[in-house]
Design a protein around this ligand. Sequence first.
Ligand code: NDP
Length: 446
Amino acid sequence: MPSQFVQDIMGVVTFRNPGEPEFHQAVQEVVESIAPIVVKHPEFIKMRIVERIVEPERQLMFRVPWVDDAGEVQVTRGYRVQFNSAIGPYKGGLRFHPSVYLGIIKFLGFEQVFKNALTTMPIGGGKGGSDFDPKGKSDNEVMRFCQSFMTELYRHVGADVDVPAGDIGVGGREIGYLFGQYKRLTTQFTGVLTGKGIAWGGSLARTEATGYGLIYFVTRMLKSRQVDWDGLRVVVSGSGNVAIYAAQKATDMGANVIAMSDSSGYIYDPDGIKVNTVRVIKEGERGRIREYIDNHPSAEYHDGCQGVWTIPCDVALPCATQNEIDAAAAQTLVRNGCFAVGEGANMPSTNEAISAFRDAGIAFGPAKAANAGGVATSALEMAQNSMRTAWTFEEVDRKLMGIMDDIYDQCIEAAEAYGRPGDLIVGANAASFIKVARAMIDQGLV
Ligand code: NDP
């Protein structure tokens, strides 16, 4: 019965959303783990909760024309998928990357619904972005693009409607330009975006939150196996916002971060990567990770980002992008003795990789739980904006730690309740699905 249910749902999803493999993959992962629960709840079946939850409430696609520094007109495409508002206004980041198309935004929006439910904060799920590539663009080009993007988006967002944030390619600079244009168009200074500058409504610790939250979550995973971070060899993929602060917090906790990457290649430093150097290169200079060896000649640089998974480690933290760990990479990690994986990126492991980790019995923290600290802290930014107040770094960090602990406990309890003790994937999917499903039932057929 559960497998027939999965087949039926996937049949509709693939028919209705052709050519969107990432979205199919994200739905399959969730539906497979909740099917045994759904079939035991006739009210979920009767109200067609799963059929409704896989269908976005609204999908927006729009033209974003802008002029580059050479005076040439460029045409890019913008997206905002408002997936589910059962438990609060839509909330989720914007991704600017040439690989963006509707299927990527839908997979991210779908995941966001469940992640946001786990945070215990009142936020629904959404996601957006563009195929615009900020890499190599001047600040003025990025500004002109952001202004054009917001000139359409502003009609669809608002502090109580939909609150976007950053993601790949969208950091403080982009949020600033987007916010400025929103304010100009609406004459309102409201908390319509999170990840804002500290001087104009941003929250302390938001920049660090996803990476720090990931480490707080993995700390609980390790603790359940009576292990702490001291001396553990950690491989972190990516060198963006999530990767940098995960690497920094892991180092603070006593771990030895030996490798990091970007989309061109990876660095290996057996003595421990100096995270501050990476931060200066990537955040300050928008440079490439290979420049690290200019300052640290004992480290190695290798072309090709996939090689990072061949480095023997105890803990792997994929913090770059979707599907960066396939079955072969997962098997290599397991063979080399890796015993814990915490997903900082969204859907970084293919479903085959997850099976390999499960078969090997290693500790696995799925993205929607492990990287939820970013959006949780965005919700704390929204709370501070509504209250017209600002909390200290320590206060926000303490709340973040409490939220990550709570997410971990919810996952463990739900996994136990549904007969899969210790399985954080089942726990995360079950706990969040039930919360959203009940809210949808309470609100009638909408
Ligand atoms: P950034 O843009 O700051 O950094 C992305 C990093 O990943 C860069 O090092 C980039 O390399 C690398 N990367 C991007 N695309 C690819 C690719 N196709 N192949 C290999 N490497 C790639 O993004 P974030 O750190 O914000 O996001 C990273 C991941 O974390 C994403 O999956 C995002 O959805 C997820 N996430 C982010 C949150 C946040 O608060 N920022 C919250 C929760 C999840 P290069 O510099 O060469 O492009």
